[in-house]
Ligand binder design. Sequence first.
Ligand SMILES: Nc1nc2c(c(=O)[nH]1)N[C@H]1C(S)=C(S)[C@@H](COP(=O)(O)OP(=O)(O)OC[C@H]3O[C@@H](n4cnc5c(=O)[nH]c(N)nc54)[C@H](O)[C@@H]3O)O[C@H]1N2
Ligand SMILES: Nc1nc2c(c(=O)[nH]1)N[C@H]1C(S)=C(S)[C@@H](COP(=O)(O)OP(=O)(O)OC[C@H]3O[C@@H](n4cnc5c(=O)[nH]c(N)nc54)[C@H](O)[C@@H]3O)O[C@H]1N2
Ligand code: SF4
Ligand SMILES: [Mo]
Length: 706
Amino acid sequence: MTTTTHYHSCTLCEATCGIAVTVDANRVVDIRGDERDPFSRGYICPKATALADLHHDPDRLRTPLVRHGLEWRAAGWDEAFDLVARRIRDVRTRYGKHALAVYQGNPSAHNLGLVTYGQAFFRGLGTRNLYSATSVDQLPHMLAALQLFGHQLLMPVPDIDRTDLLVCLGGNPAVSNGSIMTAPNVRARLKAIRARGGEVVLVDPRRTETAALAGEHLFIRPGTDALLLLSLVQVLFAEGLVAPGRLTPHLRGLDTLRAAAADYPPERTAPVTGVAAERVTELARRLARTERAAVYGRVGVCTQEFGGLSAWLVVVVNALTGHLDEPGGAMFTTPAIDTLPLAARAGHAGSFGAYRSRARGLPEFGGELPVAVLAEEIETPGEGQVRALITSAGNPVLSAPNGTRLERALTELDFMVAIDPYLNETTRHADVILPPTGPLERSHYELALTNYAVRNVAKYSPAVFPRGREQRHDWEIVLELATRVLGGGAPARFLGGVGPEAMLEIGLRTGPYGLRRLRKGLSLGRLKREPHGVDLGPLERRLPGRLATRDRTVDLAPRVYLDDLPRLRRLLDRAPRRDELVLIGRRQLRSNNSWLHNSERLVKGKPRCTLLVHPDDARRHGVADGQPATLSSATGSIRVPVEVTDAIMPGVVSLPHGWGHHRRGTRLRVAAEHAGVSVNDVTDEGFVDELTGTAALSGLRVRLAP
Ligand SMILES: Nc1nc2c(c(=O)[nH]1)N[C@H]1C(S)=C(S)[C@@H](COP(=O)(O)OP(=O)(O)OC[C@H]3O[C@@H](n4cnc5c(=O)[nH]c(N)nc54)[C@H](O)[C@@H]3O)O[C@H]1N2
Ligand SMILES: Nc1nc2c(c(=O)[nH]1)N[C@H]1C(S)=C(S)[C@@H](COP(=O)(O)OP(=O)(O)OC[C@H]3O[C@@H](n4cnc5c(=O)[nH]c(N)nc54)[C@H](O)[C@@H]3O)O[C@H]1N2
Ligand code: SF4
Ligand SMILES: [Mo]
């Protein structure tokens, strides 16, 4: 056997672990952690080996599929492109450009071709009906970045390797491997905090896998983080602990903040949050006196009723305690290819509320509408009604709130095309599926996530396998569509046919470590000679230089948030009833949202799609461990096996998302045998953070019955 080993990165989650892939001809023999990757140092999680399953998956599509009634027929690329371009042009001509919607899913961010060419094409279509997973994810953090720092992509990252106190709200990095905190082997990094005498405090309605690594865990009622954070602000002001340090001359709005928080002492918020007042006061003091500390909020604080306020207040607490842009605090990166000014020049520094959705009036953010309105925008007749849809790297039937309704809406479309390697719950509704190459068949540079890495790093990996003659890369697919739909117009010309590599070369050479600036600087050539990647050092102070606000200051109390406070205030009068149940989600190490369940090695073992219920609630609602129960909401109802555990807060139940592979007409043989149910058949598209339009996937009222 003659094998060769190729170095690459795992693109499944945000950790970007280096992998060593051993191949024999066209088979993957072995995937292991790349010991010489300076960032991940050999670490991988169990999902990395599933890249082999993905590569060899007989269900993975390799040529386009065209629908004929209920049947699918394999088609050549030219035929498929012709058909798609003609139908899209027809819709745009007949109904206008807003009648074509686009939904971009999560893997877009991990895909060099989609980050570059995909973004340019989809935005180039000029439709207001642009949607993405952002509005079921990090949108509130992006709004805070825009409001406070002037650029939607300028999100701070906890400097986990140097902090002595990490307060984590609504994140479970031990399982998710970190998010908006690219940190391979985050478990080891968390353990290291405590090993050097520091502390990790976790605030979560569930005692999670991360709680096991934290010294302290506080249960919090879902959706109440903004109250807890406001109480921290109140204590900081009341006890004279506000000390923004070096950034003081660049911060505005402190008096406004003091006044805004005055009504929220811990004693008032504790009955609603469930976090004892003394703990809150003590936490505020500890944050103030610890030199290197960071508050970090993740998806649990975003996808909830007060996601906007929570994400804002996380930054505020860091700033007030002098931990913004300081080592060990919440810092900004210096990526080798600096996409922020590029985005700004292309007009994508960010926007909010520039227009509103047609039916419900939810605000645009960054040129996108919240996916919670997609179904109604398809269903509601009138000017601007969505008639056609492009999905790219997304499975919104399983990932958007009220997937059942969205699915029904998809059947009403005149035309739908999916750029996706699988025939799944969403793409089965398409007329044409255009499958791209897989992660091992394309070159890679982490253009998006290097903005959020806990060290500055750069790495380029050539494809492990050459793409088959019949296969197309994502960038080739969108470029072809751009040319055919927009007629070789501006976006297509702007992109050219050069491929992402040429952009990398320019970006690296002109970037902060580039050949233009440093004698031995970075270039694509140099990265090609260093297949394990290059470490560019720890994070450095970037403010005020990196601020993109007009006056180069940070307004800590922007109007949009102050205007949303009365809504939060009403929460104070809404103490939970004893028999009330609310739903939260949970991520699992061997899942990745909805699309890795076709890997046998990841799904084998006990069924994982279970509902966690506290023993008191199990008794009250008459459900038992291991038994099926009915979980229902105003939206829908599902049957799911119960797991009784005191690791969940009383009054809260937890169900993972991304399951529900029982739907007919998919081509996911393994996943169908481990179907589970989709939590998003219960979540409610009407339940959103009213400020941002982000779906409130967490904190929905539900009922439980045996
Ligand atoms: N209830 C609930 N819902 C949630 C969440 C939750 O916590 N609870 N989490 C939300 C979050 S944070 C997110 S990010 C979303 C994710 O939502 P989505 O992005 O809509 O869903 P994914 O499951 O990531 O689906 C990815 C799709 O991309 C395809 N794909 C994979 N790789 C590629 C590629 O390289 N190119 C192309 N073209 N396609 C590819 C897969 O086949 C799959 O169809 O789900 C959200 N939904
Ligand atoms: N293994 C695996 N890794 C993944 C993914 C995956 O599906 N599987 N998905 C990737 C994606 S798309 C993302 S966005 C990241 C997300 O990364 P994380 O944010 O770290 O992921 P979650 O595990 O969803 O953590 C959210 C936590 O918030 C808690 N929570 C829920 N509601 C509330 C609330 O109201 N307040 C507070 N304080 N906590 C709350 C939940 O109990 C949960 O522990 O993970 C990424 N990594
Ligand atoms: S943590 Fe796992 S899934 Fe994420 S990049 Fe590393 S190996 Fe891949
Ligand atoms: Mo996500």
